[in-house]
Ligand binder design. Structure first.
Ligand SMILES: [Mn+2]
Length: 241
């Protein structure tokens, strides 16, 4: 059996709208409320997620229902990757980061989760009438989207591929350094992982984890329209985070 693809491409949505959402962390009721607020229509619209579907929140096991929705398409976040590596990862570290929901599950269920989460790609690209939009969890390791495509689909040597994948899932370099150089050869890149009060746009890179999962409800889910790149709620003119 061949390994699931690390990069998945979706053709343009000719009948409805496409949205991206930031980290979810087991808050699917809140996510559904955000979708209801924009009149999301599951018959024609699609929702792309930058990953971190589980850990921390109260409804992590709901993820199974969501992964079965034909209009829901997530990439793999660093928390989702814990599920993929549950039998080999640092359990103490995962527990500290919200993994208790998983560690109490029966072993057969754990194994089933691993199979499901192994299907999650590292990056997704969505065709829109305005150009290609890329999604990944944390950061694009390269100045060009073509380079990422090449590394994720080619014969990249194992150690290097691991570094590329981990950078996509874990890095905060771009946002921490305020690097606005952007990613070439793609219209926009959408990512999460680093919580921000309002979406932060650096070059053509959109950071949209506005903390819809925050336990104290001080954040909100941002839904980014992939064709117009307009956010709901709108991004304030003055950027601050
Ligand atoms: Mn993350």
């Amino acid at each position: 059996m061949s390994a699931p693809p690390l990069l998945k491409r979706f053709p343009a949505n000719t009948v409805g709208r496409d949205f991206a959402v930031g980290d979810i962390h087991g808050h699917f009721t809140r996510l559904q409320a955000a979708l209801d607020a924009i009149g999301f229509d599951p018959a024609v619209d699609r929702l792309f997620s930058v990953g971190d579907l589980v850990d921390r929140g109260p409804e992590c096991e709901e993820v199974i229902k969501w992964l079965n929705k034909p209009w829901f398409h997530p990439v793999r976040g660093n928390h989702d990757d814990y599920v993929c590596r549950y039998d080999t990862c640092d359990i103490g570290n995962w527990l500290h980061n919200g993994g208790s929901w998983f560690l109490g599950l029966p072993s057969l269920e754990q194994a089933n989760y691993q199979v499901m989460f192994n299907e999650l790609p590292i990056a997704i690209e969505v065709e829109t009438p305005e150009g290609l939009v890329g999604l990944l969890h944390a950061d694009c390791p390269f100045p060009s989207w073509f380079e990422l495509q090449f590394e994720l689909t080619g014969a990249t040597e194992h150690k290097r591929l691991k570094l590329v994948k981990n950078t996509c899932m874990w890095s905060r370099n771009r946002i921490e350094f305020g690097d606005a150089s952007g990613v070439a050869d793609v219209r926009a890149v959408v990512c999460g992982h680093t919580p921000v009060r309002q979406p932060v746009v650096l070059g053509n890179v959109y950071h949209i984890d506005t903390g819809g999962w925050f336990p104290d409800e001080s954040g909100h889910f941002t839904l980014l329209d992939l064709q117009t790149l307009a956010a709901t709620p709108p991004i304030p003119a003055k950027l601050e985070w």
